[in-house]
Design a protein around this ligand. Structure first.
Ligand code: GLN
Length: 482
């Protein structure tokens, strides 16, 4: 049951081979047995009630593909009446008074919410170790990290605790954990998926997207998640697409660009070998390979670590102990209320970012840091625009290494930040990026990263699907979860 694709699960539901309530119970049981710390909240009662509604809809002839299918939401999507913690002590007591648009859309499609997944605090991290609720374990090796910040969603899909999951990506948080856990994860074009009700980290970079076993599953969930939303001022009014219609198209003649910057120092040699094999697979499917340059790639991480903290210092100023979130005991005065509530509610990484961001935005430093970073952002975007004049898609490793050990990088922020060296430039440019499983190094999954031009999600998913028709890396399950 747990290794079925969404299409197979949908068939089983529509042909009444199983009910949504049965399916939901099945996955809830897997969640309860898993011991990976993937979930912050398991919404058993709500899930079973939603499954019952879905079963009623199915009995009345509902034809929705995803009706009755369970999913998990990253715990930064607001869920009405359900704790939405964002992985932080600050919001440990926060019950959202409304649903995020993404949650609303999944609900309207008849999907069943199993619960809320663990994540790095306020989505800041690459290993899921900054969560107030403790680290998530990678199901391929529980001594290693699942990546972050969407480590809970990635492990839930990888260990087949949920058929699909939602996640968000500000600098790599969908793609890097997808790579480290051996699943498929898509960061859509900025503005394609509504940010309404998504707790903000860095608003000009944050984007929600789907995680699943395969490109086909991801396409089906994206169909539900994407769409214009007038409640999000940066939502793009792009025509609604069916992302699954082009999956079967041939990729013969596809021009793949290989930026030398993604294959240089820092790339683990064995990860490089896995990519070479994947490339020859794509060549056999008719694609051609072209060397390209993205000359400003080395500036992406430094620019991101000015822009993201600057935006987060502003976004997180709302957590002041007054309106919602953690409030300290017995404040002496207003200043004491602010400082102690924030001091107690935020973890070390969040504080570090707020301080960097506040500094970068302060009078006298704004031009030197924030303005410069924005200029670099434009150069990075221009690099991609130039590259897409030559090639259809850009390929590289999602992460330069496989999953690292829990604890290995937590005291070394710079080495942690470099985990996202291949993904961050995509957020700075606002482009779509997709990570798919491409093999293993020492039993740990390797992710292949495809970057496309704006709104080329259907094409990226088509390429990934063609690759997945020829390989079965995406069908592999961690041995303890078979
Ligand atoms: N790892 C990056 C960071 O720590 C990206 C996180 C994300 O995409 N949310 O900021």
């Amino acid at each position: 049951m747990h290794n079925k694709t969404l299409v197979e699960l949908s068939q089983a539901l529509h042909q009444h081979e199983c009910s949504s309530v049965e399916l939901t119970r099945y996955f809830l049981e897997r969640i309860n047995n898993a011991q990976l710390n993937s979930f912050i909240t398991v919404a058993t009662d709500i899930a079973l009630a939603q499954a019952q509604v879905a079963d009623d809809r199915l009995a009345q002839g509902d034809t929705g593909v995803l009706t009755g299918i369970p999913l998990a939401h990253k715990d930064l999507f607001c869920t009405l009446g359900v704790k939405t913690s964002c992985g932080s002590k600050m919001l440990d007591n926060f019950i959202a008074p409304y649903n995020a648009t993404v949650v609303e859309k999944c609900h309207a499609a008849g999907m069943v919410m199993l619960g809320k997944t663990n994540m790095d605090e306020f989505a800041m991290g690459s290993s899921n170790e900054t969560s107030f609720y403790g680290p998530v374990k990678n199901p391929w090796d529980i001594q290693t990290v699942p990546g972050g910040s969407s480590g809970g969603s990635a492990t839930a899909v990888a260990a087949r605790l949920s058929p699909v999951a939602t996640a968000t990506d500000t600098g790599g948080s969908i793609r890097q954990p997808a790579a480290l856990c051996g699943i498929t994860g898509l960061k859509p074009t900025y503005g394609l998926v509504s940010r309404y009700g998504m707790i903000a980290f860095a608003s000009s970079l944050d984007q929600g997207g789907p995680m699943g076993q395969s490109a086909e599953d991801v396409a089906l969930l994206l169909n539900v998640m994407a769409g214009f939303d007038k409640r999000d001022s940066t939502s793009v009014n792009h025509p609604q697409e069916d992302y699954s219609t082009h999956l079967a198209d041939s990729i013969s003649g596809l021009k793949i660009g290989l930026p030398k910057e993604f294959f240089g120092t820092g790339l683990n040699a064995n990860v490089g070998k896995v990519l070479e094999t994947a490339l020859s697979e794509l060549e056999q499917a008719g694609a051609t390979l072209h060397d390209i340059h993205l000359p400003n790639t080395h500036l992406a991480v430094p620019a991101y670590y000015i822009i993201a903290p600057a935006e987060c210092s502003s976004n997180l100023s709302r957590y002041d102990g007054v309106r919602f979130g953690h409030r300290c005991e017995n404040p002496e005065d207003l200043l004491d209320l602010y400082t102690r509530s924030r001091g107690e509610g935020f973890g070390a990484e969040v504080k570090r970012r707020i301080m960097i961001g506040t500094y970068a935005l302060s009078a006298g430093y704004y031009d030197a840091y924030y303005l410069k970073a924005q200029q670099i952002r434009r150069l990075i975007r221009n690099d991609f625009t130039d590259a897409f004049k030559e090639v259809d898609v850009i390929l590289g490793p999602t992460s330069p290494t496989t999953a690292f050990k829990i604890g290995e990088k937590i005291d070394d922020p710079v080495s942690m930040y470099l985990s996202d060296i291949n993904t961050i430039s995509v957020n700075l440019a606002g482009l779509p990026g997709l990570s798919i499983p491409a093999g293993f190094v020492n039993h740990l999954p390797v992710g292949l990263h495809l970057i496309g031009n704006y709104f080329s999600e259907a094409r990226l998913l088509n390429i990934a699907h063609q690759y997945q028709q020829r390989t079965d890396w995406h069908r592999q399950i961690p041995p303890d979860f078979v």
